[in-house]
Design a protein around this ligand. Structure first.
Ligand SMILES: [Zn+2]
Length: 200
């Protein structure tokens, strides 16, 4: 029987507090494998609990929208990931976003988690809106580009060098994303819902 993979979602988000059991049950009944992604300290703690409770897959990271947090919080997430390295498939989501302020600090935080991924020998899940090329150049770890929205040319380069392009639900209404799926080799495409989406 075919299995589907939701390669990036946020089932740990508080928005699912009311119906998380039901959502996970429905996914399992429909052969959907869930990979949930902690994106803040609280989110990472909740995501770890979800993994244990529902027997789903996990990545842990720190979303670039949280750029203004001080080092104390960032170190807490860093340590939590390190302590739970055996529980995770990858470090992420981590990255940079052109629509969020303080690019310099975003890059600094991204590099810190990138170093951690090397240390614990895990791939990364990158949130790279507007910085697809920069993240690709900065990283020497395998990457899954979550919710990829960059160019077709770069996507080919990314895929051909052993990384993954994850296509979100944007494919339902964006011509660019439809074209990406049409033209890219299916071997390096994953699919995701990104539920719940943090930012527009
Ligand atoms: Zn996400």
């Amino acid at each position: 029987m075919s299995k589907y993979v939701d390669a990036h979602c946020h089932i740990e988000d508080k928005a699912f507090n009311k119906n998380r059991d039901e959502v996970v049950k429905r996914a399992k009944e429909n052969n959907v494998i869930i990979i949930t992604s902690g994106a803040s300290f609280g989110g990472c703690v909740r995501a770890l609990n979800c993994k244990r409770l529902y027997d789903i897959y996990l990545t842990l990271g720190y979303h670039p929208s949280r750029v203004n947090a001080d080092d104390k919080i960032i170190n807490k997430v860093y340590n939590l990931i390190k302590e739970n390295e055996k529980e995770i498939l990858a470090v992420g989501e981590i990255g940079m976003d052109v629509k969020i302020e303080n690019i310099k600090r975003q890059e600094e935080i991204f590099k810190k988690f990138l170093e951690l991924s090397k240390e614990i020998n895990k791939p990364i899940v990158a949130h790279a809106r507007g910085f697809e090329e920069r993240i690709f150049k900065l990283s020497d770890q395998p990457i899954m580009f979550h919710c990829y929205s960059g160019s077709l040319e770069l996507a080919k380069e990314i895929g051909e060098s052993g990384n993954l392009i994850s296509i979100s639900t944007l494919v339902c209404f964006s011509e660019h994303h439809k074209k990406l799926v049409e033209k890219l080799d299916i071997d390096y495409i994953t699919t995701e819902t990104d539920s719940l989406i943090y930012l527009q």
